[in-house]
Structures are given as C-alpha cells and as structure tokens.
Design a protein around this ligand. Structure first.
Ligand SMILES: Nc1ncnc2c1ncn2[C@@H]1O[C@H](COP(=O)(O)OP(=O)(O)OP(=O)(O)O)[C@@H](O)[C@H]1O
Ligand SMILES: Nc1ncnc2c1ncn2[C@@H]1O[C@H](COP(=O)(O)OP(=O)(O)OP(=O)(O)O)[C@@H](O)[C@H]1O
Ligand SMILES: [Mg+2]
Ligand SMILES: [Mg+2]
Lengths: 224, 224
C-alpha cells in the first residue's frame, strides 16, 4: 500500500544543504503496523511527511496505493490525502481559534457530513482518543499538552482513513493514557487499518509488526 | 526558595469552571531537584506557570525568594522572572522568525550583553543542550521536534538562572539524547541550581531528590 523507493529529501539552507533523507527504501503492506524509530533529527518526520503527501521527495519515488505521488500536483496530493490518510502531527497543528470539537469536525466538512452527524461523530472520536467530553468546548490554548495531543489523534481518525500516520502520538502523555492510545491504535490495526507510527517509546515493539530504524537520513536496521 | 501555600487556580469557561489546581502546598529548598509527575491534565503545567511567574493563583500564595508574587504587578513579575528563572516550555515557545542562535540570545539582550559575548555564549548553550553547531542558523520551522526542544533548553540556560523550570524537557527526544539532557540538568543541580522538572518519564527518579505526584489538581503523594 506504501512503497518508498530511494527517497531523497534535501533542504537548501543558504549555500549549504541539509540531507534529511539520503535514499530510503521500504514497503508497507496493507494492514501492517510499522514503527519508525531513530534519534532526534534522523529524518523520521521528514519521511512521514513524504508518505502523508505533505511534501515531495527531491529524488526517488513514493507510491501510495500504486499512485506515484511525485507526479501529482497540489490538488492531486490533497485528494489522495483526504481520502486515504489520517495524520497525527508531532506538534498537533490544531487550529487555535476553533474548539476541540470543531477541530475534529474539520476533515468531516470536506466529506460533506451534515452538522448533526459531524458533531456526534466528533464526540465519539474524542471519546476514543480518551479525552473527557467536558473538554470538547475548550480551544487548544485552554487544554494541557496531552489533551491537545488527544484532540490531534481524534481529528486524524475523523474520516475513518485506511492509513494512519502518527508522529510521536504519546510524547505528551503519562504512561497510562499513552497505553490507552497505543491500545486504540492497535485496535484500529486489527480492524484492518495500516499504521505507521514514529516514536521514541521502545514499548511500541509490543504493538508493531515491523520496525525501521533511521540514523542520519538512512535506514540502518529493519526488523520484521 | 519556592513556597507554595494552598495554591488554587480556577479557569472560567463560559458558565462553568475548571479547577486546574485545588489547593496545592509544598516547599522547595535551594539546591533541590524536584520532579512533578501526574497524568495528563492533572495540573502540572499550571503549577509550573505559577512558580515561573507567568500566571497568578486564584487563591493562596506563591513565594519566590521570600517575595509573595501574588502581590506584584506585571513589571514586578517580569523582573523576578528575568533575574531568577529559566523556563523550558512544554511547547517550546520559540520565536519562529528568528534563528536558533537568535532565540537563545534573546534573554541575554535584556541583560545587556554585547553582540559578540551573546553569540559566543549562545553557541556554548546550544552545545551544552547537545545541539550540533550546524543548526544554529536554522529557524524553528527548519528544525526537528527534538532539535526545537534543545533550543528551548539552551535558551532557558542563557542567563545562568538560579532556578530552572522544565516542562517535559525530553518529550521529543530519543532515549540517548534525552539522557544527555537529564545529565546536563543533574550537573547544573550539582553546581547549586534549583530544579523543578515536570515529566512523564519515570527515569527522572534517578536524578531528582524529591517527587510530587499531582492528580486532578491536588498533591496525592510526596516522596523525599
Ligand atoms: N525546512 C528545513 N530546512 C532545513 N533543514 C530541515 C528542515 N526541516 C527539517 N530539517 C532538518 O532535517 C533533519 C531531519 O528532520 P526531522 O524533522 O525529519 O527529524 P526527526 O527524526 O523527526 O527528529 P525528532 O525525533 O527530533 O522529531 C534535521 O536535522 C532537521 O534539522
Ligand atoms: N486557559 C484554560 N482554560 C480552561 N481550562 C484550562 C486552561 N488551561 C488549562 N486548562 C485545564 O486545566 C487542567 C490542567 O492543565 P495543565 O496544562 O496544567 O495539565 P498538565 O498536568 O500539564 O497536563 P499534560 O501532562 O497533558 O501536559 C486541564 O484539565 C486543562 O484542560
Ligand atoms: Mg520528528
Ligand atoms: Mg503540561
């Protein structure tokens, strides 16, 4: 379902270059639960952004469901994203002027769900993400770090996407809440969703079926 | 050096109230290394913001070096903060339009350090925070999550403050880099700095000399 072939991503900084990814290749089959680990700055978020169609590789190819995303324009990328991918961002990327509930409803608006259906579904997603219903009306600035993280999780699940990409989804959670989130992701995987989770938490091994280790923009180990 | 006496912090949300802190009391002696733990939403960041003079309690008192901060106006709070406290924020709060180096230099400008001295000291702080020198010219949006976190750490140390408050300082770091940060904090503590660290990482116990557990805005356990 996801094929990464010699993906290179280079950033230009003035006269120098940052080689964030130096030629990464791997495959993810439908229904897999892949963990991506590696030290800070090793290229994990960069890799996830390529798979999530938020960025294009400098060289190499990324195929999502057989479609070469490097060949798409911005509209094409947006369509692929909206229909296939739920993304939990490392820094949440919530809209600060909207409530938690409205943030979760946003992807549903694009799917043209009516307001009653959206609200009901968004409340259910927040509950799945282990966030108490009383927080639905809080804006992100009125929530703790871990509560914001849970809103980001609920939003990623809003349209029931077949592929879920999670960038350090438990970084701001205590171990009990974090475990609840891992159980939720594991559950979604058992129901057939493909999961790619970037994390620093070694406990991911209890849930994933494959692990890739990145170091300085390269795959240094792959465990099945 | 820090005295918290029946600190209450209530937020108003429309017609309802959020009781973030319900009467918290504890003391921190100079040179202590206090860890504050507790589940997501339990009030840790709220508590740290009160101690860091970024917020005032709804009831109760906070004394920093014998000064009752509830009695200060905004200028008074700012002075106490600038002279005494280095704060590592849970969400970094870096200035997006400035480079990593400039972000670290900002507190030094208020101390009227000249540009050459500032630059030299800022580079040293980034090095202490384990961030490679090549990243000094990156803006926050050009840094990984864990690299931004390290810039936030370097900035908190910029003026060599006697009190360091850290809100989940290793949340975005792999275990090796995170351990390096913990060793740095421990080292500063050995040199006489007072440390208060909010964290979900149970390994903090290896470094702290006191631990407070918060649950629903109250202290439920204190271990010395
Ligand atoms: N816009 C950019 N311009 C220049 N360099 C960048 C940019 N974005 C990221 N980088 C660099 O690319 C490298 C990889 O970044 P990435 O965010 O993928 O790391 P990461 O593995 O997710 O790290 P972390 O665990 O800290 O989140 C880093 O060294 C970073 O400084
Ligand atoms: N401005 C605000 N308005 C209303 N409620 C708020 C506001 N800020 C925080 N809260 C609430 O206060 C409670 C405590 O928040 P706090 O940020 O202190 O938690 P925390 O222990 O740091 O959690 P985490 O581990 O997730 O960072 C939370 O339930 C949060 O929703
Ligand atoms: Mg990252
Ligand atoms: Mg917090």
């Amino acid at each position: 379902i996801v094929e990464v072939n010699n993906a290179v991503r280079t950033y230009r900084m003035g006269s120098s270059k940052v080689h964030a990814l130096k030629g990464v290749s791997f495959e993810v089959r439908e229904g897999d639960f892949l963990a991506i680990m590696g030290s800070s700055g090793s290229g994990k978020s960069t890799m996830l952004n390529l798979i999530g169609c938020l960025d294009k590789p400098t060289k190499g190819t990324i195929h999502i469901n057989g479609v070469n995303i490097a060949k798409l324009n911005d509209d094409g990328l947006t369509d692929i994203r909206r229909d296939n991918i739920g993304f939990i961002f490392q820094q949440f990327n919530l809209i600060p002027t909207l409530t938690a509930l409205e943030n979760v409803e946003i992807p549903m608006i694009f799917k043209r769900l009516g307001p009653q259906k959206r609200r009901k579904k968004a409340l259910k997603m927040l509950e799945l993400a282990q966030l108490g219903r009383e927080y639905a009306t809080h804006k992100p600035g009125e929530l703790s770090g871990g509560q914001q993280q849970r809103v980001a999780i609920a939003r990623a699940l809003a349209n029931d996407p077949p592929i879920i990409l999670a960038d350090e989804p438990t970084g701001n959670l205590d171990s009990k809440t974090g475990k609840g989130v891992m159980e939720l992701l594991s559950d979604l995987n058992r129901k057939g969703k493909t999961l790619i989770v970037v994390t620093h938490d070694p406990k991911i091994i209890e849930y994933s079926n494959t692990t890739i280790y990145l170091q300085d923009g390269e795959v240094v180990d792959e465990i099945d």
